[in-house]
Design a protein around this ligand. Structure first.
Ligand SMILES: [Fe+2]
Length: 187
């Protein structure tokens, strides 16, 4: 299972702290086990990254997947953080990669299968993925700024003071979402 997770998310190999990398993989394992989805589903490109853009799912096939999104947000976050670090921001890149990789892990608990389609379940409607992902991650020894990025990458902490690392993940995520929604959706 570990090898399959590493293959799904290649940037995990760039986390130099093997303990943190192992923790990230454990969080994926536990979340997949708690969810209605399997690693086969993640590998098969059938889970959309959002249900807020209906055109992303046609004939049950996600055109832009949860795994694509996770990897692209991670790439974008690495670029932003690398740039900021050149100006002395001091963002911990291990934590940044872990946070970007895990930011949407809770979507596996927010979504369910219904009649062959991926839908938001009742738990997802009431708690949303930032809380659901953070709830799993709190069971592990995860750095606080990684935890904050999981819980605070979306609107849940929009009015709160967030760490720069959290803000980078937030901006990378919304940049990707907005670009797909407004420019790249294939209809
Ligand atoms: Fe996201």
């Amino acid at each position: 299972m570990e090898e399959r997770i590493m293959k799904l998310f290649p940037r995990l190999a760039d986390i130099t702290n093997s303990s943190l990398r192992g923790t990230v993989i454990e969080i994926w394992k536990e979340t997949v086990e708690q969810s209605e989805f399997s690693l086969d589903d993640l590998e098969a490109s059938i889970i959309p990254f959002t249900l807020l853009i209906s055109e992303l799912v046609e004939n049950g096939i996600a055109q832009t997947t949860f795994v694509d999104h996770t990897n692209e947000v991670t790439e974008a976050a690495i670029c932003l953080a690398t740039s900021l670090n050149r100006s002395g921001a001091g963002i911990d890149m291990d934590n940044l990669i872990a946070a970007a990789n895990l930011h949407d892990v809770g979507k596996l608990l927010e979504y369910s299968w219904k009649d062959g389609a991926v839908v938001q379940n009742q738990r997802g409607k009431m708690l949303r993925h930032p809380f659901l992902g953070a709830a799993v991650a709190t069971k592990y020894d995860v750095p606080l700024d990684v935890l904050q990025a999981i819980f605070g990458h979306s609107k849940e902490m929009a009015d709160e003071k967030r760490s720069l690392l959290c803000k980078v993940v937030n901006r990378a995520d919304f940049f990707y979402f907005t670009a797909i929604k407004e420019y790249l959706v294939r209809v």
